[in-house]
Design a protein around this ligand. Structure first.
Ligand code: 8YV
Length: 328
């Protein structure tokens, strides 16, 4: 691919240094208004570029890919998760897909830990009490939450982010348990004093806090099903900074309303950006607007990764962050 002719379409606004660098390197079309693209606009973009740079808000499904021209060779996702892209269908059309793993690990783990703290320790309740004027003085029985120290944290998905959560949680005195497709390296497990559960069901039944840190794939859709949520202890908390689709949201809301679980800290939802209003009404739930990886540094690093993936690909090499369908 001759470099001067590489046409790149970016679907959303990216941090200024990233857009500037892309403009220097490629014939780039930016979305200066930052309006999410419709299916029609995405399909049109797929006919006009060599490289498409989408984000989580763009659904690159079979319909869009069916209309892509042969010119489209690379989809360089700005994001770690690729569940918005039909990767199988892209790859079968000879389109390479890349993502940006690794650079949002620590930021995402920070917000996960913040939610693990916020829900049992009622941090948002406390802020609300101040703002509504309900704080009329300290009493021994007011604002009681639940202690973290010594409790069991069950991490579902012990990849980079899961392990980064585990490192933080261990420092807070939580006992680390995890469920994963396979156990992590023995040295890593030893350092974290982490217990591997082959059976997710058995782990869920014994945890005080469950944190979802696995990607959303066909295999993890509603992994926390109504049946599995029922296995959790009534005093357990659920935290999700991965993807809303990993939890059966309706079943989780029912469990929260019925007191079958004690609370939830959620950064992601099944039908973003639409939030089920019942979630907002629950006092034992802290909701955030999909912001776990939202740091300036992280977004710039993500942009760097996208640029490296595009450059290596267009220079005729395998880009470092290729997404292989068999790995999903
Ligand atoms: C990103 C995310 O902001 O990268 C991911 O998988 O969930 C987010 O934190 C978003 O995906 C950008 O596309």
């Amino acid at each position: 691919m001759p470099r001067s002719k590489i046409k790149v379409i970016v679907t959303r606004r990216l941090p200024e240094p990233v857009e500037t660098r892309m403009s220097e390197l490629f014939d780039v079309e930016l979305n200066t208004h930052d309006d999410p693209m419709t299916i029609e606009q995405l399909a049109d973009a797929a006919t006009r570029c060599d490289v498409l740079v989408p984000t989580v808000t763009d659904r690159i499904d079979g319909r869009v890919l069916a209309r892509a021209s042969d010119r489209l060779r690379l989809i360089a996702q700005f994001g770690a998760g690729v569940d918005n892209i039909d990767v199988q269908s892209a790859v079968s059309r000879g389109i390479t897909v890349t993502n940006t793993p690794g650079v949002l690990t620590e930021d995402t783990a920070d917000i996960t830990m913040a939610l693990i703290l916020a829900v049992p320790r009622r941090i948002v309740d406390g802020v609300n009490a101040i703002q509504s004027g309900a704080f009329t003085g300290w009493t021994p029985t007011w604002m009681l939450g639940r202690r973290l120290y010594g409790k069991r944290l069950g991490i579902v998905g012990m990849g980079r982010i899961g392990q980064a959560v585990a490192r933080r949680a261990k420092a807070f005195g939580l006992q680390i348990h995890y469920h994963n497709r396979k156990p992590i390296r023995p040295q890593a497990a030893e350092a974290l004093e982490a217990t591997y559960w082959e059976s997710l069901d058995q782990m869920l039944a014994r945890m005080d806090i469950v944190s979802i840190n696995c990607p959303h794939t066909p295999a993890t859709f509603h992994l926390l099903s109504a049946r599995r949520i029922k296995l959790m202890k009534p005093e357990a908390y659920l935290v999700n900074t991965a993807r809303g689709e990993v939890i059966d949201e309706a079943a989780m809301i029912r469990a929260l309303e019925a007191g079958d679980i004690a609370g939830a800290g959620l950064d992601v939802f099944e039908n973003e950006p639409n939030l089920n209003p019942r979630l907002k009404a629950l006092h034992n739930v802290v909701v955030l607007p999909h912001m776990s990886s939202a740091t300036l540094e992280g977004r710039i690093d993500m942009g760097e990764k996208v640029i490296i993936n595009i450059k290596t690909f267009t220079d005729g090499h395998k880009p470092p962050d290729r997404v292989i369908p068999a790995m999903l």
